[in-house]
Design a protein around this ligand. Structure first.
Ligand SMILES: [Zn+2]
Length: 192
């Protein structure tokens, strides 16, 4: 799998719910390998960005599977943790806003409110149930990815709230976009 296999808006699958995985099989594990390869190939093409995570829908597989980077701060650590049928069983600690981007939304960034702490339930690659707590950036990333499994893209939260969008310039700096002119009627990101 290559970065070209990652689908981007306005592909309607990104706004479609993915199906639950009933039995974790070798097919599921192959899917996870494909997702990892695509995420890393994308990252290798980007000087200023990291592939923090990916949902299966992003390689056009409508299954509730996500992968999350094991170390967000070190590009040399290239392994991911897979979560199958992930769900948030409890939100805690109020919300805060921070910048997000997405491999399926070209060149657009924005601040999204997310819960600071979550409790997560999922299956691992052997089909065993795992439960854990996450906070901070990890909690943010998992909420972003679980949104993908439900057909929600991060920009949907911004359109509903602040309407403050940004883009990345050649130096890797965020620069504000004009909602009325650059975003509001942009057919590349919104379905028409
Ligand atoms: Zn995303």
């Amino acid at each position: 799998m290559k970065k070209e296999d990652i689908i981007t808006l306005p592909n309607e699958h990104l706004r479609t719910k993915s199906a639950k995985v009933h039995i974790v099989t070798d097919n599921t594990r192959t899917l996870i390998d494909d997702m990892t390869a695509a995420a890393l190939d994308w990252e290798d093409s980007r000087p200023h960005e990291i592939s923090a995570a990916l949902a299966a829908v992003q390689i056009d597989r409508m299954e509730r599977v996500i992968i999350v980077r094991s170390d967000f701060d070190d590009k040399n650590t290239r392994d991911f943790t897979a979560l199958i049928n992930p769900e948030i069983v409890k939100f805690e600690g109020g919300t805060s806003k921070d910048y997000e981007g997405c491999l399926s939304v070209s060149k657009i960034y924005g601040k999204v409110p997310r819960y600071n702490k979550i409790r997560v339930k999922a299956l691992d690659t052997e089909g065993n149930e795992v439960r854990f707590k996450a906070e901070g950036f990890l909690a943010r990333v998992i909420q972003h990815e679980i949104d993908h499994t439900n057909g929600i893209v991060f920009i949907d939260h911004i359109r509903d709230e602040t309407k403050a969008f940004y883009t990345l310039d050649d130096k890797g700096e965020l620069q504000p976009l004009d909602y009325e002119n650059d975003i509001k009627d942009n057919a590349v990101i919104w379905e028409q």
